[in-house]
Design a binder for this molecule. Structure first.
Ligand code: ZN
Length: 136
């Protein structure tokens, strides 16, 4: 069994931004030479998330709107007494900050309509994603 790790750089340009990172992650899986296993993506931040879904512009707008309805930016939050980003922390928890994707035949075994997204809820910032590929 082999383990291959790499840290990817993900610069966001807006406060809330959903960024496709499937090709970057696919390159790491290729570099790893691992044919069968798992690829773990982990965000070492508290106001971001990683998820997979369809890369369709209307859906991405729906996701942003649904999160705004559930956890509005201007809500009354205790954490905002010392910081101004409680909504971003809460959204990060709701969506999750890690994702595991199977590797089959040396590639990410994503479904036809699945794209890997990095979500920044408190950008713009320079963000990082840790990628760990485990298998043989
Ligand atoms: Zn904070």
């Amino acid at each position: 069994m082999s383990v291959y790790s790499k840290e990817l750089s993900v610069p966001s340009r807006k406060r809330v931004e959903l960024l496709s990172m499937t090709s970057q992650v696919g390159s790491v899986v290729s570099e790893s030479k691992i044919k069968t296993g798992i690829c773990l993506l982990f965000s070492p931040h508290t106001t971001t998330a990683i998820f997979t879904n369809e890369n369709e512009s209307n859906l991405l707008a729906d996701i942003e709107e649904a999160l705004e309805k559930l956890i509005p930016v201007g809500g009354s939050y205790r954490h905002n007494r010392i910081d101004s980003n409680s909504d971003a922390h809460l959204r990060g928890i709701l969506v999750s900050n890690s994702l595991t994707v199977p590797i089959e035949g040396g590639s990410l075994a994503l479904g036809t309509w699945q794209t890997i997204f990095f979500a920044d809820f408190d950008g713009p910032r320079h963000r990082r994603v840790k990628v760990t590929v485990v298998g043989e």
